[in-house]
Design a binder for this molecule. Structure first.
Ligand SMILES: Cc1cc2nc3c(=O)[nH]c(=O)nc-3n(C[C@H](O)[C@H](O)[C@H](O)COP(=O)(O)OP(=O)(O)OC[C@H]3O[C@@H](n4cnc5c(N)ncnc54)[C@H](O)[C@@H]3O)c2cc1C
Ligand code: FES
Length: 336
């Protein structure tokens, strides 16, 4: 029998069960309780809380999401805490939990498609379902006990297919397994979906998707999500893709189909290595390309972004701090 503990959010009356070995954050989301979070990986710090009663085990003690000051004040990360008894915590719930509750299931690797010199698309077929919103991610768990977040590059579907565009990280543990150690037909654990930066179908503004390197999959999914709407023919989408040099860039084939359904799909590329731009690409960082291209129309759009933290931080500065965009019109989950 699985042991279960209960977690109470102080001052709210919200209480949910947490299976032994699950984290406080994931148990809340599985129970339909919305909490503030982004990376689910210990890096961003947005799931910080204080433990008032009970015991928790910490998965990653040195997780960078906590500063030295946080540690002195006794703060913890909900995504790294496994309750070991009933607990009372100081952590506020958010009113809008994501549409799909995460579940754990096994998933079999069916196909691998090389996209660039260091990026590939991995197609898994899960045992139960593929229910998720465009722009979300899943936690992939490998036999060695390593677990990492990867964004889906497709849309939720009844074929149980979960697709991920992964960029190889030199010497990286998970990407070495994916690129070199996992054979077709092998299974891994897939836990998801997670993420708050999913496509909001009810927002009728035109949209801008900004992908830096490993963020391509999430942004391809958001473009497909917009193209799947009944009012797609009234919607313009700008997709910006950034890399160091042209060989880092790839525009997924599915974008052609999306472009036919939308009023317009404008694809822009940017390369940052000096002197590497070909005639079609902006020379510079991808956030600079967004500002240069959209100019005074910058605040007319809703934005989705995915990629390395340096890129999403620079984009947030350019759009919100310098450009005057309302912060709730920029959606991204910080990659660690
Ligand atoms: C929300 C989100 C979505 C992402 N989506 C994508 C995507 O679609 N495509 C893509 O290519 N990449 C994506 N990433 C990045 C991906 O999760 C990995 O960080 C990246 O592939 C490097 O992993 P690695 O194991 O190969 O590298 P490594 O260098 O071995 O590991 C780096 C990562 O491991 C984490 N880490 C280090 N030590 C520990 C520990 N003890 N316990 C737990 N974690 C630890 C670090 O925070 C860092 O994220 C995403 C990240 C996040 C947070
Ligand atoms: S540190 Fe927990 S969600 Fe990012």
């Amino acid at each position: 029998m699985t042991t279960e503990h209960h977690v109470l959010l102080r001052g709210t009356g919200v209480r949910f069960p947490c299976a032994e070995g699950d984290t406080l954050l994931r148990a809340a989301l599985r129970a339909g309780v919305g909490l503030s979070y982004e990376c689910n990986s210990g890096a961003c710090g947005s799931c910080r809380y204080e433990l008032l009663e009970g015991d928790v085990r910490t998965r990653w003690a040195d997780a960078p999401g906590l500063s030295a000051r946080d540690r002195r004040k006794g703060r913890r990360l909900a995504c790294q805490s496994e309750p070991a008894s009933d607990c009372v915590v100081d952590l506020s719930s958010v009113p809008e939990p994501a549409p799909h509750r995460p579940i754990r299931q096994r998933a079999r690797l069916r196909e691998v498609h090389r996209l660039t010199h260091d990026m590939a698309e991995f197609v898994f077929v899960a045992e139960k379902h593929a229910a998720f919103s465009a722009g979300q991610y899943a936690m992939l768990g490998f036999p060695s006990g390593i677990e990492r977040a990867y964004s889906m590059s497709n849309l939720g579907n009844c074929r149980r297919e979960w697709k991920f565009v992964v960029k190889r990280s030199p010497g990286g543990k998970a990407t070495s397994i994916l690129f070199d150690g996992l054979d077709l037909g092998e299974t891994i654990e897939l836990d998801g979906p997670y993420g708050q930066a999913y496509y909001r179908a009810g927002d009728d503004r035109d949209i801008v998707c900004v992908a830096g390197g490993s963020g391509l999959g999430a942004m391809a999914s958001v473009v497909l999500g917009a193209a799947a709407q009944a009012d797609a023919a009234e919607r313009t989408v700008h997709l910006f893709c950034g890399g160091r040099a042209p060989r880092d860039l790839h525009i997924p084939e599915a974008m052609a189909m999306a472009g036919r359904r939308l009023r317009a799909l404008h694809v822009h590329t940017a390369v940052s290595e000096p002197g590497s731009a070909d005639s079609g690409s902006h020379q510079g960082f991808v956030h600079e390309a967004v500002v240069a291209k959209l100019g005074e129309a910058l605040t007319d759009f809703t934005y989705y972004a995915a990629g390395p933290p340096a890129m999403t931080d620079a984009l947030a500065r350019a759009l919100v701090l310098e450009g005057g965009l309302a912060a709730d019109r920029l959606h991204f989950d910080r990659f660690s």
